[in-house]
Design a binder for this molecule. Sequence first.
Ligand code: FE2
Length: 443
Amino acid sequence: MTTAKLQYQSGFGNYFRSEDSRCPGALPEKQNNPQVCPYGLYAEQLSGTAFTAPREHNQRTWFYRIRPSVIHKPFKPYTHKYVTYDVKDVPPNPNQLRWMPFPLPAKSDKTDFVDGLRTVCCAGDPKSRNGCAVYIYTCNTSMSENRAFYNSDGDLLIVPQLGSLEVFTEFGRMTVSPNEICVIQQGMRFSVNIKEESRGYVLEVYDNHFILPNLGPIGANGLANPQDFWAPTAWYEEREIEFEIINKFQGALFTATQKYSPFDVVAWHGNYVPYRYDLSNFVVINTVSVDHCDPSIFTVLTCPSQKPGTAIADFVIFPPRWGVAEHTFRPPYYHRNCMSEFMGLIHGNYEAKEGGFLPGGASLHSMGTPHGPDGPAFEKASRADLKPERVADGTMAFMFESSLSLAVTAYGNKECKVLDEKYYECWQSLKSYFNPNKREVNI
Ligand code: FE2
């Protein structure tokens, strides 16, 4: 499998070119759409923004492929009970929610990435292109032999937690393992192959594409650096086979068949590409004096809303790092956020919750809902000897933080059977240490 660092070859700005090495010169030399393309290929454009989007935002890719994508039978509804935006039967619930690890399918129940998708919580509406959704995927079988998926509603940020994914896309192939992520954007066809039971998280956004956050006074370098994102290199297969294309459109799934593999792109050029990122490349910026910085300091990618500085969803990680703050309560502070916070754990132990928040599980702290360290974590941090110390070694927790109010689906509420009804208990041991006659208090 080959992946290449995104490279600035020809063109201006973030523009990429890739040819399968079996067909050198597959990219036309002087135009996008010549009368006859090299090697008898078809030219096909995939748009990632409106044709008229300003140049600095405009995204599109030209494929040079064996057949155009249009040769398929009509789409028909595809029954999938768990990919849904229908939350009307679940009353709103402002409580802190925590899920134990989401269950894997039974070995006898062959489930691939698409069939294993479960919407856990969501907000907004794909028809009006405003909102986001959070999914869990669990699977025990591969797709690529004769099945591909594409999402008409928005972009998918995939966070493997258990098992590596071999992702076939129209742009080429990439392997994405736990502690890596990939983003597959609106309209891109892909299949997921696995070698073992797999589980992970997916964030879908409808409004915009993910971008790197602005760095302000940090400068040109830090957090997720652009050179650490990888895109596939062109790779094609020519297989004449009954192939199923599954499409998510307006929140519903559809299926159509065609007589060839959709992974038949011999060359492409453009600035609308899938990519992967290794979370261990994240350059952590944090306090070296006092106080605990807001979690936005750990933002890897953001999908901006129309409001300045406010995200439809941020993807935030809590990587291994040094804790050096002095005179400071070092864990995340108690707070009530005007945003929704969905957290997951790839591996290890999250420092603010050393029990109960497990890899493959999740939590949701909704708008205005108070949260923070549990009783034992508060006491431990209040008494800690504040020497420089390693934080989160062997751990990777993450957060999907949204300015939208996430509603839990029937699956997330009851059907998953892993919602922890006793989550609230972890804060009940927090007690008052207040003494109006003594300013210096020992916890
Ligand atoms: Fe929070």
